[in-house]
Write a protein that binds this ligand. Sequence first.
Ligand SMILES: Nc1nc2c(c(=O)[nH]1)N[C@H]1C(S)=C(S)[C@@H](COP(=O)(O)OP(=O)(O)OC[C@H]3O[C@@H](n4cnc5c(=O)[nH]c(N)nc54)[C@H](O)[C@@H]3O)O[C@H]1N2
Ligand SMILES: Nc1nc2c(c(=O)[nH]1)N[C@H]1C(S)=C(S)[C@@H](COP(=O)(O)OP(=O)(O)OC[C@H]3O[C@@H](n4cnc5c(=O)[nH]c(N)nc54)[C@H](O)[C@@H]3O)O[C@H]1N2
Ligand SMILES: [Mo]
Length: 762
Amino acid sequence: MRDDADETVHYDKPSGGWGSVRGISLIAGKEKVSPGALDTLRRQNKPGGFMCVSCAWAKPASPHPFEFCENGAKATLWELTSRRCTPEFFAEHNVAELKTWRDYDLEQQGRLTHPMRYDHASDKYVPVSWEEAFRAIGDELRALEPKSTVFYTSGRASLETSYLWALFARLYGHNNLPDSSNMCHETTSVGLKKVIGSPVGTCVLDDFEKCDAIFFFGQNTGSNSPRFLHPLQEAKRRGCRIVTFNPVQERGLIAFTNPQSPVEMVTGKETEISDLYFQVRPSGDIAAILGMCKHVLAREERQWAERQHHLIDVDFIAQHTHDFDAFAAMVKATPWEEIERESGLARADLEAAADIYCEAKNVIGIYGMGVTQHVHGSQTIGTLINLLLLRGNIGREGAGISPVRGHSNVQGQRTVGISEKPELVPLDALKKLYGFDPPTEKGMNTVEACEGILAGRVKAFLGLGGNFVRAIPEREKMEAAWTDMRLTVQIATKLNRSHLINGQVAYLLPCLGRSEEDMQASGAQIVTMEDTMSCIHGSISRRTPASEHLLSELEIVAGIAKQTLPANPKVQWDEWVGDYAKVRDLIEATYPDEFADFNARVFTPGGFYRGNAARERVWKTESGKAEFTLPETLNASGFDDAPGRYRLITLRSNDQFNTTIYGYSDRLRGIEGTRDVLLMNREEMAKAGVAEGQVVALVSDAEDGVHREVGGLVVTPFSLPNGCVAAYYPEMNPLMPLSHHDRLSKTPAAKSVPVRIKADAR
Ligand SMILES: Nc1nc2c(c(=O)[nH]1)N[C@H]1C(S)=C(S)[C@@H](COP(=O)(O)OP(=O)(O)OC[C@H]3O[C@@H](n4cnc5c(=O)[nH]c(N)nc54)[C@H](O)[C@@H]3O)O[C@H]1N2
Ligand SMILES: Nc1nc2c(c(=O)[nH]1)N[C@H]1C(S)=C(S)[C@@H](COP(=O)(O)OP(=O)(O)OC[C@H]3O[C@@H](n4cnc5c(=O)[nH]c(N)nc54)[C@H](O)[C@@H]3O)O[C@H]1N2
Ligand SMILES: [Mo]
């Protein structure tokens, strides 16, 4: 760890503990939650209960008494607020006025209660009936060329809704199905698939009970998947070693007090999480991992010479992998000086980390956005897989690769057909089931949809959840181009910025949240999701919906589809709305291997596992084996260092869920009361000639001639590696060029954005 204790990270207490309990009660007060909300929390993430709307972390078969965390509680209470954003509210405030509000204040208006149509003349949202909304949207879609429309999804919608959303797109005639995943783990879907043949992680929860070492790259467990801290704490107590690579000293990866343990809470006893913690340079992971591989191979050579005994798993490498020799030669040829320079870490440190790797029988690799959101993020994934392959750490109990997904069903949406890539979808099965020819032309992902909107090619955007204009790069140009679209439709629970930037015809359609009862013809409905470990869970809730005018997401999708598509006896929207079990039957018919006996298994404790070929050492790659890959560069940022140029990390705080800001307390990083900060270390502050508390602007330093600027940032000393700065997402998104994305998957490279610091004129 950097030895600059005087820099921020004032918060020296472990994550969890009393701070997290206080976090929950604060949000309960702020949201003025409706009666019974706390009882709803008790049923969260348990078989027969409802599944948290926050992160995608696994739900264990034997849950804790309270199987939720501070942030899961916040997400649920956010949904169960007693505040309502009604037609009266929209009558009082026109959209121009609402645009001057903070994003936080928009969501603070509470749950949307009525379907609304945007009226250009008054610049206001006005109430509309569901029938009228569906008819008007259907009329618009029928008049448009299907391929000029985009159906976006944010990763919350259930498997049932997602399946029908994708089916609707294909029946209508396109594969333009961008997903929040395109800004998130698409690097995994493409990069991991390329090297091991699986687009998702190979670990299950049990593996965490058997592993001897865990290597963390760019995943902030304490904030973003806090329930993961429990298995980590248990692993730690068993003697499992944990090594972390992260430019930021994230509290959750340093120490944890279990808020569910009365003893720990009273005594303040904490578990140290990481044995070694390295503040790698942003985009320096390829170099760091290569350094570890170099040490592993050097030890192998020594050990073989001395004892005729292999350190690496030569049998596994021979039988299951491809291109080892080329990789080993490359590692050998890469000088330590280069590794040290690009990673920002010392050789001795990387060797110490590699020693832990060598001494552990079973190793798990974990990663998150700190890996995926880089121009060469997919190469980092490939390099990490190289390290694991050296000792056969894939396809074995207690070992494997575990990318931690973000949204609660983002992985599942891909499983059931939300994909712009037709080759990933069983089009033949769809053809057979529904009697049509599904479109075979590749659709648009998020970046391509943005390019299409900028170029005027995209005429309609339908958003199933999310806050697209806030989450994407290139904000200024995108917002300007957005209003040229003919039709924009947003299906949402709360008002956000994306609802204020409208096409010529625009609708805002409010839906039920997952924590609310979804009553249909056959009774209260179950919905399902897939967690980050490929386990499928049912979710049901009995809470009274926020408004009697809400429809479920599935009902809204069916309502629009019915008004858009010609009648087809094999497509029975009303029947499916009446009983979601019938949609699960269709999912099973489309994906018989993964979803056999779907309806019978929805409430399997811990979820049912849909399987993973790579876990069985069946490699669905080009070579039919797990691929050793040769990184083309040690610098994942995609740009060179230059005087005055910084790599900007865009951060999530502990007090937000993506574009939803719960509050202004980033407790675990010790930043309180504001998000308008620029974090940098003191050495860099001195070099740049800026002082603590000074207000500055960041400007884009991408070499594309476009001026991008965000001002009003207060310089705040913070422990970070040299050459980088950090600030919050989504506030920094105007600085991100649209073209700045992972080369393979087009995931925006939000963790190393080239910027300069400018004295702010304000
Ligand atoms: N409370 C809460 N929970 C969430 C979310 C939320 O916003 N709030 N969002 C959800 C979603 S959609 C997602 S995708 C996940 C996101 O969860 P994470 O994957 O944890 O994503 P981030 O917090 O964006 O960044 C992860 C970490 O990467 C580090 N990092 C940055 N650059 C680098 C680098 O070059 N190398 C390395 N090794 N590390 C780097 C950052 O310091 C940070 O600690 O969380 C989900 N859960
Ligand atoms: N700079 C930068 N940009 C990033 C990232 C980053 O780390 N840095 N992270 C990226 C990542 S990982 C992601 S996943 C994306 C997130 O992008 P999105 O998924 O598009 O954004 P969210 O903020 O999760 O969406 C929040 C909105 O969803 C709606 N909502 C909430 N619950 C429901 C529901 O149950 N149903 C429906 N229909 N709507 C609901 C609410 O209206 C709420 O305002 O952002 C990406 N952008
Ligand atoms: Mo995400």
